[in-house]
Design a protein around this ligand. Structure first.
Ligand code: HGY
Ligand code: MN
Ligand code: MN
Length: 431
């Protein structure tokens, strides 16, 4: 190998040493303390959190993230759907940034790590890189996506779908939550809470995106691995199904004369559940939300709205399942009329081979046990994968429990994931 080649190898090793040095700067204590500080926002019994998107709790979490980012003089911006950006400058301000991020909103009975881990691991990586004094060619940018969960306002992954151009803000402004609050108002309140932030454009070019997240499944813990190198995300279809009947007296109205929206809703759900039944238990079929009107024990239901969440890793299968929902619902309904509204249509995504290999190489170089695995849960990376080379890093969570107050993770695993994230971001920021 010529002089230049040997020097290149040496520089490469040197660079790797600078990346390792930065990764070792990740502070397990600071990362854990920040999780506990965030967990106090929207804290609920059982060590859980309830931090709905665009709520007072979401605003409080945004303000805390901004406070930590401002202390390090990172640039902070927000876009028109409330995605929050924290940028560490690179040598070339015109270069597309390497991005990382996740979400700060939670399920109603959420855990202390789902989403927020990826935001805090990203902040930890930016701070560790700063403290190590590493200069990168590209900026590195952290994003906290608006409404990843879709628990309060459907659908999920709302902020990232708008940011990447898959959906428009206008599609969602009239969506209402269970209390009848319209998204337009909640979004305006949230944006008004941080008026000082620079405006960030949608769909700005990104060189790569890496998201850190708890696995929300049991594999890493069962296999005794610290790092999950995520290969992709299964496909999803979401629907809102509305059944329209007539309210009547429970005591005087013969069943033959009723237009009972709840009875028909139950018949539809039973039909869909039987259709989704899968001996290999790979199909994921969930009805998690139901609104009944007038919701009184002695009045026949005049209106029911319920959600349908279908998932499968095979593109043809998720497509077939999705296309079957409306015809099956129409077959099952007896006395009422029906409206089926698709709210989410995500095909399975496969992450970029180069980013996946980079993450794997970083875990290897840092001496961390690791394995490749797909994601059963969806993430904002589903949308970023459509616009730039994307990958994800998983860390174990106790018994794979998530979307439950008992969700738990170990400080050392969270820090290990943040170290791999730091090294991966640095490697990608100089490409
Ligand atoms: O629903 C999901 O897969 C994600 O956890 N929000
Ligand atoms: Mn999540
Ligand atoms: Mn979640």
């Amino acid at each position: 190998m010529g002089q230049g080649g040997a020097r290149g190898q040496r520089e490469n090793r040197m660079m790797r040493e600078a990346h390792r040095e930065a990764a070792e700067r990740v502070s397990q204590a600071r990362l854990w303390q920040r999780h506990m500080a965030m967990a106090r926002i929207g804290a609920i019994a059982g060590n859980g959190v309830n931090r709905p998107a665009l709520s007072d709790e979401d605003i409080a979490a945004r303000r805390l993230l901004i406070e930590w980012a401002r202390a390090k003089r990172f640039e902070i911006g927000v876009d028109a759907i409330g995605n929050l950006f924290v940028r560490r400058a690179g040598l070339d301000p015109t270069a597309a940034p390497v991005m990382t991020g996740s979400h700060m909103d939670s399920q109603p009975r959420g855990g202390r790590f789902d989403g927020i881990y990826g935001v805090l691991a990203g902040l930890e990586a930016l701070e560790a890189i700063d403290e190590a004094g590493v200069v990168t060619r590209r900026p590195i940018e952290l994003v906290a996506w608006t409404n990843e969960e879709g628990g309060r306002f459907q659908p999920c992954t709302m902020g990232s779908s708008v940011y990447t151009g898959a959906r428009k803000v206008e599609d969602f402004l009239d969506v209402t939550d269970n209390e009848g609050t319209v998204l337009r108002e909640a979004l305006a309140r949230t944006l008004a809470a941080t008026p000082e932030l620079r405006e960030h454009n949608f769909n700005a070019p990104a060189a790569a995106y890496v998201e850190a997240h708890i696995e929300q499944g049991p594999l890493l813990e069962q296999q005794g691995k610290t790092i999950g190198v995520v290969t992709g995300i299964q496909g999803l279809r979401w629907f809102n199904v509305e059944v329209f009947g007539k309210t009547d007296h429970a005591g005087t109205t013969p069943l033959a004369l009723r237009q009972d929206a709840l009875r028909d809703a139950i018949a539809i759900i039973d039909t869909l559940a039987r259709f989704a039944r899968d001996p290999s238990d790979v199909v994921r079929f969930t009805v998690g939300r139901m609104l009944v009107t007038p919701n009184s024990p002695n009045s026949v239901a005049s209106h029911v709205l319920f959600s349908v969440d279908l998932r499968h890793p095979d593109p043809a299968t998720i497509d077939r399942l999705g296309r079957s929902v409306e015809p099956l619902a129409r077959d099952a309904v007896r006395q009422c009329t029906l409206k089926v509204t698709p709210t989410l249509h995500d095909d399975p995504c496969v992450f970029d081979a180069g980013v996946v290999a980079e993450i794997e190489g970083c875990a290897q170089a840092l001496g961390l046990s690791h394995m490749r695995l797909p994601s059963g849960a969806s993430h904002d990376a589903m949308y970023m994968a459509r616009v730039c080379p994307t990958g994800m890093i998983f860390v174990p969570c106790e018994q794979g429990i998530s979307h439950n107050e008992a969700e738990n993770a170990k400080p050392a695993d969270l820090a290990a994931g943040a170290r791999v994230l730091t090294a991966a971001l640095l490697a990608l920021a100089d490409q």
